[in-house]
Write a protein that binds this ligand. Structure first.
Ligand SMILES: NC(=O)N[C@H]1NC(=O)NC1=O
Ligand SMILES: [Zn+2]
Ligand SMILES: [Zn+2]
Length: 444
């Protein structure tokens, strides 16, 4: 009888197109058998009884910041990847900034890659940065294997990653188009955000609401308008990060219809929290773009359900706990710790509360991320030959997120105390159990 690496029996498999019962066998990290329940005549070193559980392709988080090297006191690949495993994420793309020095040339890429290889318990790829004066590094970064390039259209929050004015964007995009790469952008208007923030501070308007209003949806719209025009001019593929409003999504949809190669993501925090919660929670819920009024949150769900949003990523951007405090909200680090909770948010608020189809959830969290960044069908799906990256979920188990559940370097998150329905029972990366809810192992 065959002895495989892993077998999961009697599980409900969910892909972006169907839901079915199966037995599944894994060898050397790949799916080798996918059969009707009961006909798989084999054994395995690891056997999991999947009855009552749903098996999804592992989540692919295309946007997060693990801050290593240079700011490992903030997070790091070990704690970061353990958090992802606990949240059902099996592949992540680390952003070029918040690590220090940022990933803007081959030397820094190699350093970060070495650290990630040693420490991460799930698969990963690295973003490279587009910043003023690194045009000549883009090809090297591309050859090194970056998943894409990232630029900021407004100040990034760290001094070491400089934002791009129009000339940097245009020249960078020409080059990236030649390389057949993709540019991800943080799209907020630097001018508008600076002017409004300055004015608010001068007038002593420093509440949470004032912060949100100093970074209005219009500032996202202005930046998106500009980057779409540059994409049209240069032919560069683009990905718009962390959009907070359907108004922005609508503009991007128009551009898609006009033939521009653009995709858009939103984040769990824009789907979960509104400005009301931001006012209650305060600093821990500060991010940029900021959280929006409740009607915007509802509209964003409409957009998600209507298929107007390509994918959901965490934009996990932790910092030292002391940086999440300040005299006013304007002085606090902008970034939310949330990468462990993405799937929980979509299951609870999406599937259970708003009837989001599980197949659509798989599309948003796994299939589209894999397709957009050319990892499909090796990743993002459940079929013979694909990587055995899975998350097994009990759809109906409820829990309240506690501080001690968090695997982050610093156990702080605006999601602590929230009630979720749908619990991760196992996470499997290339056939290896990297998270087990019972024994709580999160290492290889
Ligand atoms: N530097 C950094 O991580 N910034 C991120 N944080 C956030 O809330 N939005 C961002 O772009
Ligand atoms: Zn950003
Ligand atoms: Zn980010």
């Amino acid at each position: 009888m065959k002895i495989y690496q892993l077998i999961i029996h009697s599980v409900t498999v969910v892909t972006d197109s169907s839901i079915f019962e199966a037995d599944i066998a894994v060898e050397e990290g790949k799916i080798v058998e996918l059969t009707e329940v009961g006909i798989l005549d084999a054994k395995a070193k690891t056997m999991i009884n999947g009855s009552g559980l749903h098996l999804f392709p592992g989540v692919i988080d295309v946007h997060l910041h693990f801050n290593e090297p240079g700011r490992t006191a903030w997070e790091g690949f070990e704690t970061g990847s353990a958090s992802l495993a606990a949240g059902g994420v099996t592949t992540f793309f680390d952003m070029p900034l918040n690590s220090n020095p940022p990933t803007i040339n081959r030397v820094e890429y190699d350093k970060k890659n070495e650290l990630a290889k040693q420490k991460s318990i799930v698969d990963y790829r690295l973003w490279g940065g587009l910043v003023p004066n690194n045009l000549d590094d883009l090809q090297d970064l591309d050859e090194a294997g970056v998943i894409g390039f990232k630029a900021f259209m407004s100040a990034s929050g760290t001094d070491d990653f400089v934002f791009s004015e129009d000339d940097t964007l245009l020249n960078g995009m020409k080059k990236i188009a030649e390389l057949d790469g993709i540019l991800a952008v943080h799209a907020e208007s630097n001018k508008m955000v600076n002017e409004l923030s300055q004015k608010a501070l001068e007038e002593g308007r420093t509440s949470v609401r004032d912060y949100s209003e100093a970074r209005p949806i219009e500032s996202e719209l202005e930046a998106v308008e500009r980057i779409l025009r540059f994409a049209e001019q240069t032919g560069c593929r683009i990905h718009i990060c962390h959009v907070s409003s359907r108004k922005v999504i609508k503009r991007i949809l128009q551009a898609k219809r006009a033939g521009i190669d653009v995709t858009v993501e939103t984040c769990p925090h824009y789907l979960y929290f509104s400005l009301d919660e931001f006012e209650k929670i305060g600093e821990l819920a500060k991010c940029a773009p900021p959280l929006r009024p409740r009607d915007e949150v509802d509209e964003l769900w409409q957009a998600l359900k209507a298929g107007e949003i390509d994918l959901v990523s965490s934009d996990h951007s932790p910092s030292l706990p002391e940086l999440k405090k300040g005299e006013t909200i304007f002085d606090v680090w902008g970034g939310i710790s949330g990468c462990q909770s993405t799937l929980n948010v979509l299951l609870t608020e999406g599937y259970h509360k708003r009837n989001l189809a599980l197949t659509d959830m798989v599309r948003l969290l796994s299939v589209q991320p894999a397709k957009r960044f050319k990892l499909y069908p090796e990743k993002g799906t459940i079929q013979i030959g694909a990587d055995a990256d899975f998350v097994l979920v009990d759809l109906n188990e409820e829990f309240t997120l506690k501080t001690e559940d968090l695997k982050y370097r610093h156990s702080i998150s605006p999601y602590v105390g929230e009630k979720f329905k749908g619990k991760v029972k196992y996470t499997i990366s290339r056939g290896v159990v990297v998270y087990d809810d019972k024994s709580d192992v999160s290492n290889r």
